[in-house]
Design a binder for this molecule. Structure first.
Ligand SMILES: [Zn+2]
Length: 88
């Protein structure tokens, strides 16, 4: 049997296949990056490829809280770009 690796969206808490979630990584220096490879060092949080979840993440600051840091607008904008790419 093929066991798929699952992760949970930090925002809507839906459990999905890891490949269906966008990984956001936070390194030791608290710098947050959009981890399109899913392999970056550091702590990871996951979010659906979904603008709804992204907007909720921005409003609720759930990702900021998960990493205990402030995620700047640039990061959110690059997340938006990746999500839009994926949707098309
Ligand atoms: Zn979600």
């Amino acid at each position: 049997m093929n066991k798929s690796i699952t992760r949970m969206c930090t925002v809507c808490r839906t459990i999905k296949d890891k490949k269906d979630l966008l990984r956001i990584a936070c390194d030791k220096e608290n710098s947050v990056t959009v981890d399109e490879t899913g392999k970056s060092q550091g702590r990871g949080a996951y979010i659906c490829y979904n603008l709804d979840c992204l907007d909720k993440a921005i409003k609720s600051k759930k990702l900021d809280r998960a990493f205990e840091t402030n995620i700047n607008e640039e990061i959110y904008n690059s997340m938006r770009g990746v999500i839009i790419d994926k949707e098309n």
